[in-house]
Write a protein that binds this ligand. Structure first.
Ligand SMILES: Nc1nc2c(ncn2[C@@H]2O[C@H](COP(=O)(O)OP(=O)(O)OP(=O)(O)O)[C@@H](O)[C@H]2O)c(=O)[nH]1
Ligand SMILES: [Mg+2]
Length: 462
């Protein structure tokens, strides 16, 4: 359980709408805190029925305005501390989903002494009351925000404890190393045999590699969380906007036979193979343009290219290769992010062909849709090829940073051994640092301001 539990674990009873903000058939208003039942009795009738509620059982009640008029017929469920989501007393009120009713129920709760919950405050209380660790709390938020199957899978895996188990086993490895060092720090333990330095160093390296492998899975985890930025580029009129429309399955972008149709960048987000791809259609790379609008468009194209993870460079297969195309391709290579990959696509395969695809190039037609599925498969394999051998993929920058810190501490430990020899006190110190970084991940120790930052990203009502 976190060390600073009491200060932030206020006595306030909090209230919030926990269901969606859209008008709906049913809405859920939740109260958490020791006074939630006494607050309920001020407007839920009959109060005797509320007072005799059993845990987890549904009870029908009437929500009554201050003037005694009926506001709504509601269903309520009570939970008693510590057996609830937050670990506190909780009252759930299922009312009809009118904004008017929701607003009034919340304001009746507030009049009776409750306070509007802050973002993530229910889950923060659950964490502070030891109902879940930080990894589970974050997984719940990820689950709520998941939109693709990869995001959902990563959140479920974290909720199930895959990441926690992995961290726990790594920590066990470090603790075992640390204990071997600590026991030898005090000279009075003379009967302890010498440290098997070779085996110790090997185990240290193994643990470091394990952490490093986990941290590397963030390469893929980033794509799962934020999506993959794909830029569609090439010479004017090569069929970029038509490709976007073909892959999106509807007329997203304007297409015309006039070169220079697209000026501004245009985005479309699609789920392919469980991953989210954010496609950006761009202005054609006309290196000879003198039109200020087109020049501005090309500037935006270059900017999009520099931010992309994947670049689709389109070549019109119904035309011969020209010098401008070679130059444009070189510009793209110069501008792209170091890790970004370029995939060359030959467009307009339904027309009379003036060139054949080189190795790795895929030909397609936006008209007949030939090749579109192959391109989708290729995009999918781009994600699957990302390193992530461990089942627990890191999708959070916070976890990645903690792992990197732990890895650095172990690297430091090894460096000390190599440069200064077996200085047990210093080695123990760096090993402890590594442990501390790993403890931050599940929130075994965590400064309060970090918690504020984590939970403020939650939705209100969770
Ligand atoms: N036959 C055939 N024509 C295509 C295909 N794709 C695009 N075109 C035609 O090529 C012309 C240019 O298409 P766009 O999709 O606007 O090309 P673009 O690269 O976006 O052009 P800019 O935005 O001007 O740079 C239009 O007349 C399209 O109908 C295709 O697969 N087959
Ligand atoms: Mg276009």
């Amino acid at each position: 359980m976190p060390q600073f539990m009491s200060a932030k674990n206020e006595k306030d009873t909090i209230v919030s709408l926990s269901s969606g903000l859209e008008k709906s058939a049913i809405a859920l208003v939740r109260l958490s805190g020791k006074d939630c039942f006494s607050i309920g009795t001020t407007f839920l009738a009959p109060p005797e029925k509320l007072n005799s509620m059993e845990a987890g059982k549904i009870v029908r009640l009437s929500a009554v305005n201050t003037d005694g008029s009926l506001l709504d017929k509601v269903l309520c469920v009570a939970y008693f501390a510590p057996k609830s989501y937050t670990g506190e007393n909780m009252l759930e009120i299922f009312c009809h989903g009118s904004n008017y009713i929701i607003r009034n129920i919340i304001s009746l709760c507030i009049k009776a002494g409750a306070r509007q919950a802050k973002a993530g405050e229910f889950t923060l209380r659950a964490y502070l009351n030891g109902k879940m660790d930080l990894l589970e709390a974050e997984a719940i938020n990820d689950l709520i925000n998941s939109e693709t199957s990869a995001q959902h899978m990563a959140a479920i895996s974290q909720l199930k404890g895959d990441l926690k188990d992995k961290i726990y086993s790594i920590k066990k490895g470090i603790i075992s190393l640390l204990s071997e060092i600590e026991v030898r720090i005090d000279d009075s333990y003379e009967e302890i045999p010498d440290l098997d330095k070779k085996s110790f160093f090997k185990r240290l390296l193994d643990v470091k590699n394990e952490i490093s492998e986990m941290a590397t899975s963030f390469e893929k985890g980033k794509f799962i969380r934020y999506g993959i930025n794909v830029v569609i580029c090439g010479l004017p009129n090569c069929g970029k906007s038509s490709f976007l429309n073909a892959i999106a399955g509807y007329d997203r972008a304007i297409v015309s036979p006039t070169a220079g149709t697209t000026r501004d960048t245009l985005e479309e987000s699609l789920e392919i193979g469980g991953f989210r791809f954010i496609f950006t259609d761009t202005a054609g790379l006309n290196t000879n343009s003198s039109d200020p609008l087109e020049i501005e468009g090309i500037k935006r194209t270059q900017k999009a290219i520099s931010k992309a993870n994947l670049i689709l460079f389109l070549k019109d297969s119904s035309t011969e290769e020209i010098q401008e195309e070679k130059e444009a391709f070189l510009k793209v290579k110069e501008n792209k992010n170091q890790n970004a990959i370029i995939l060359t696509l030959l467009s307009k395969s339904d027309l009379k062909q003036k060139r054949k695809p080189n190795k790795g190039e895929i030909k397609f037609s936006a008209f007949t849709k030939e090749g579109i599925d192959d391109i989708k498969k290729s995009l999918e394999s781009f994600c699957l090829s990302m390193p992530s051998s461990s089942s627990a993929i890191i999708t959070s920058i916070r976890h990645f940073n903690c792992l990197s810190m732990a890895e650095n501490s172990l690297a430091e430990t090894m460096k000390i051994v190599e440069t200064e020899g077996w200085k047990y006190e210093i080695l123990a110190e760096t090993l402890r640092e590594a442990l501390k970084s790993l403890e931050y991940i599940a929130g075994e120790t965590n400064p309060e301001e970090i918690l504020d930052e984590i939970f403020s990203n939650f939705c209100v009502g969770k």
